[in-house]
Design a protein. Structure first.
Length: 376
C-alpha cells in the first residue's frame, strides 16, 4: 500500500505535505520490501525444487507482466515498447530479486557478507556503466537490505526484533524520522533514495564524497526499516492480514492501473491537507481492491503462474532392486577375547568402566554403565 501511494503522489512532489509523506515513508517502502525478501530466502544450494520455485515465482511473473506493460502502452499510446534491457515500471525489483537469490549461496560463505555488500553499494555509484540496464545499479545498491533481511534470523538483529525495550526505541526512531523529514523535505533529493544512477547525475557537490551521502541513506534506511518491522503487530488483524496476503498482487499490478489513471485522470485538484488525505485514501482503497479475492483469481496465471510443462520430472530417490537389500555400514573391527568370544574394539577396558556406586541396585548400576559406554 505504501509503494502504491508513493507512486501515486510522485507527480505531486511540489505539494509540501505529500512530499513529506513520500520522503518519510521511503524506508518503509522499498527497503522493507527488500528486507522481507531476504528474510524469507534460504542460502542453501539451488536444487531442482528451489530453481523451479524461483523461476515460477520471480522470473515468469517478470516476463508475463512485462508483456502486459507492452500491450497496455500499445493500447494507450499507439506505440510498441518491449522491455528487454530496461525493466518495466516497478518490475526492477523482481529482476533484482532473481539475481540476489542466485547469488545468496555464494555470498553466504563470506566472512562478512553485509559489510562487503555495503562496500559494493558505495562503490557502484562511481561506475557510469551501472544504470537502469537490467536494474544493475539498484541490484547492487539495495543488496545490503537483502542481506540484512537474511541475517535477521540470527544474531543481534533477531534479538532486537524480540526484545521488549526495542519497541520504545523503534517508536522513537520513527518519530524522529517524521520530524526530521518535515524540516528536510525540500533538501532531500529523491534521486538519492532511488539509487539508480551514478553519483555524477544525482549530487551537486564533489562526487568524491558522494559515498558518504549514500552510506548515510543506507544506514538510516536500515534503522527506519527495522523500526517499522519491529512495530508491526505479530498477531492476525481482521481484514489487514487477509489483504496482506495479496501484497504481491498489489505491487505487481498497481503500475498498470496507475498508468491508466495518469492517462485519463487529473490530479490538479489536489491542494489543501484534506485533498491530500483524500488522495492517500484513494491509494489505500485501490490497494485493497487489488488484494481482493476476485482480482487474485483473475490475475493468478500471470502473478503466480504454474509451469509444470516447462520442467523435467524431479529425480526420484533410488529404490533397491527386488531381492536386494540396502547397503549396510561396515561392521566395527572385532578382536578375540581370551575365551574365543568376539568383542568390539570400541569396548572400554575394565579399568575405564565406572566403579560401583555404594548402595546402588544391580539394575541401576548396569544402566549407568550402558549410558556411559561408547555410542555404537
Amino acid at each position: 500500500m505504501l509503494v502504491l501511494n508513493g507512486h501515486l503522489i510522485e507527480p505531486l512532489g511540489h505539494i509540501e505535505g505529500l512530499r513529506w509523506f513520500y520522503v518519510t515513508s521511503w524506508a518503509m517502502r522499498v527497503p522493507v520490501f527488500v528486507i522481507l525478501a531476504g528474510y524469507f530466502s534460504s542460502a542453501g544450494p539451488l536444487g531442482h525444487r528451489e530453481v523451479r520455485r524461483l523461476t515460477e515465482s520471480v522470473l515468469a511473473p517478470y516476463l508475463l507482466i512485462a508483456l502486459l506493460h507492452t500491450a497496455q502502452i500499445r493500447l494507450l499510446y499507439g506505440q510498441w515498447k518491449f522491455f528487454t534491457a530496461e525493466p518495466a515500471w516497478g518490475l526492477w525489483f523482481l529482476l533484482s530479486l532473481f539475481v540476489w537469490r542466485m547469488l545468496l549461496p555464494y555470498l553466504a560463505v563470506l566472512r562478512y557478507p553485509l559489510p562487503t555488500a555495503l562496500a559494493a553499494a558505495l562503490a557502484v555509484g562511481y561506475l557510469d556503466g551501472f544504470t537502469h540496464t537490467f536494474s544493475a545499479s539498484r541490484t547492487v545498491a539495495f543488496l545490503p537490505f537483502f542481506l540484512l533481511g537474511w541475517e535477521l534470523r540470527r544474531g543481534p538483529a533477531d534479538q532486537f526484533l524480540h526484545a521488549v525495550w526495542s519497541r520504545e526505541a523503534a517508536a522513537g526512531v520513527l518519530a524522529v524520522t517524521a520530524v526530521a523529514c518535515w524540516f528536510l523535505r525540500n533538501d532531500i533529493d529523491t534521486g538519492w533514495l532511488a539509487m539508480h544512477a551514478p553519483y555524477g547525475e544525482t549530487v551537486s557537490f564533489n562526487p568524491a564524497w558522494a559515498w558518504g551521502l549514500r552510506g548515510t541513506v543506507l544506514l538510516c534506511g536500515m534503522a527506519i526499516a527495522l523500526s517499522f518491522i519491529r512495530l508491526v503487530p505479530k498477531r492476525r488483524l481482521p481484514v489487514v492480514t487477509y489483504l496482506g496476503m495479496g501484497g504481491l498482487y498489489i505491487y505487481l499490478l498497481h503500475p498498470l492501473v496507475l498508468r491508466v489513471f495518469f492517462r485519463f485522470g487529473d490530479l490538479r485538484w489536489v491542494g489543501p491537507w484534506r485533498e491530500q488525505a483524500a488522495v492517500l485514501a484513494l491509494g489505500c482503497a485501490l490497494a485493497a481492491a487489488l488484494a481482493s479475492p476476485w482480482v487474485r483469481r483473475l490475475t493468478r496465471p500471470v502473478v503466480q503462474p504454474r509451469l509444470p510443462w516447462l520442467y523435467a520430472p524431479e529425480p526420484a530417490a533410488e529404490v533397491p532392486a527386488p531381492g536386494t537389500t540396502a547397503a549396510r555400514p561396515p561392521e566395527p573391527a572385532q578382536r578375540q577375547r581370551p575365551g574365543g568370544e568376539p568383542a568390539l574394539e570400541a569396548e572400554p577396558a575394565p579399568a575405564a568402566r565406572p566403579a560401583a556406586t555404594p548402595g546402588a541396585r544391580p539394575g541401576e548400576q548396569a544402566g549407568a554403565r550402558c549410558r556411559t559406554g561408547p555410542d555404537l
